[in-house]
Unconditional design. Structure first.
Length: 179
């Protein structure tokens, strides 16, 4: 048995968790290897010192105190948790199902980027071209993120009448006459 193999098994050996055959194999190696004996002695000393550490007991009402702090309406902890949760959601939206990081969302996006942004397939975007504001650069389609976000807002509100505000030939919202 080699030193690396013995060192991986030393804690199990010290804790008497090895079979008699495994224990015998370690002992045969330790009989001839001063470095592994030193490693075993260090591990034994570490284990012994952990037994001397005083076990801390939480206060009797620690759970109730934590609950009060968590659910207090003006709790800084609640605000921090909400901010952390929102940050996690934003990060998750930037990673696809396979764990690959997506490129940051740009203001001007290609059809593929819009599909990724809306978490769908490019074919779906092609079918929605009469709805989603877009414009052409040469022969390529482009989408302005703020216009796509506005389209989403209109779709969420359920007011399809607002879609008439879009100039679908350019993909830009003409609000000058409304302001």
């Amino acid at each position: 048995m080699e030193c690396n193999d013995v060192r991986e098994e030393l804690v199990a050996y010290i804790d008497d968790e090895l079979s008699s055959m495994g224990k015998h194999t370690i002992e045969v190696h330790l009989a001839d290897c001063k470095e592994c004996i030193a490693e075993r002695d260090k591990l034994k000393a570490t284990i012994k010192s952990t037994h001397k550490v005083e076990t801390l007991q939480p206060a009797q009402n620690w759970w109730e105190t934590l609950q009060e702090r968590l659910y207090a309406p003006d709790s800084d902890l609640v605000s921090a948790i909400h901010a952390l949760r929102e940050a996690i959601i934003r990060l998750e939206s930037r990673v696809d199902g396979g764990g690959k990081r997506l490129a940051p969302v740009k203001e001007i996006m290609t059809l593929g980027e819009v599909a990724a942004y809306l978490q769908t397939e490019p074919d779906v975007i092609w079918k929605l071209l009469n709805e989603i504001p877009h414009f052409e650069v040469g022969a390529e389609l482009r989408f302005k993120k703020s216009s796509v976000d506005e389209w989403i807002r209109i779709k969420e509100s359920g007011n399809r009448g607002d879609l008439s505000d879009w100039d679908l030939s350019t993909g830009w919202l003409d609000r000058a006459d409304r302001l």
